[in-house]
Design a protein around this ligand. Structure first.
Ligand code: IPE
Ligand code: IPE
Ligand code: MG
Length: 249
């Protein structure tokens, strides 16, 4: 499998009106609007999820090319179990298909895959596929591509607290770093930017702890229509923000 994701030079970034130093290191994407994309076309919701999968391929490649270190995408929330069983099954079978089709290419391009969320819910073939994808790419050192599956930020924090208690941590001695290290995102760069598609302006239980100082960009574009060009506009909007982190500049 050839190495086919180009790495953009500074000049190529400039052509896109992007500056290397003003790029986020870690981007979170709430992939929303697949259902609406399908509805507009009188197609079943599963067709929207398939189109979303295609858009995701483009976003992963492009993130690698511009030199983003980590991309975390919200693919299935702990609340999404409330959807019809048929839609859940369609989503998981698409996920299997995604890994089946993409894993060679992602691996060849140095992408490191991490599944974040409560993985105990997955069994059988899907569990095996997810474990293989993580195991095979664990030692890669390109883009960290994190897929949030059966992910809920509150559950993640509760999991971290339980793990701290199990480790014998004493009241009064717990620090932010200790809790941070027990989150699924441990070891990743600070979250710089959250992009949410489809016009919704909420987090829906995504990276609540990690977004403490992240910038938010909301676009009305439905996720299946999130082209590298529109994603670039989000990166440009981020680059134009002033981040103060509480200081006077
Ligand atoms: C996002 O698209 C995909 C998942 C939540 C799995 P939606 O399925 O939420 O699409 P809308 O919001 O109904 O348009
Ligand atoms: C958030 O989208 C979850 C994912 C993108 C996986 P939803 O469509 O589930 O969020 P709500 O229900 O509109 O908040
Ligand atoms: Mg939605």
């Amino acid at each position: 499998m050839p190495n086919i994701y180009p790495k953009f030079t500074d000049a190529e970034l400039k052509e896109l009106s992007l500056i290397r130093d003003a790029l986020p290191r870690h981007v979170g994407v709430i992939m929303d609007g697949n259902g609406r994309w399908a509805k507009k076309r009188l197609l079943p919701r599963s067709a929207g999820h398939r189109a979303g999968m295609e858009a995701l391929r483009g976003i992963v490649r492009f993130s690698h090319s511009v030199g983003i270190d980590a991309l975390t995408v919200y693919a299935f929330s702990t609340e999404n179990w409330r959807r019809p069983r048929s839609e859940i099954d369609a989503l998981f079978s698409l996920l299997e298909e995604y890994f089946h089709k993409e894993i060679d290419e992602l691996d060849a391009n140095g992408v490191r895959i991490r599944i974040i969320g409560d993985k105990t819910a997955f069994e059988g073939k899907l569990k095996q596929i997810l474990e293989t994808a993580e195991g095979r790419t664990a030692n890669n050192n390109g883009l960290c591509f994190n897929i949030a599956l059966n992910y809920g930020s509150r559950a993640e924090i509760v999991h971290a607290v339980n793990s701290l208690i199990e480790s014998g941590a004493k009241a009064g001695e717990v620090t932010e770093e200790m809790l941070d290290r027990r989150l699924y995102t441990s070891g990743l760069p600070e979250l710089d930017l959250i992009v949410r598609t489809a016009g919704e302006q909420r987090l829906s239980n995504f990276l609540l702890w990690q977004c403490a100082y992240a910038e938010f960009v909301f676009t009305s574009t439905l996720f299946p229509d999130l082209s590298p060009e529109i994603y670039t506009e989000c990166l440009r909007e981020y680059a134009g923000r002033t981040r103060r982190f509480g200081k006077v500049l």
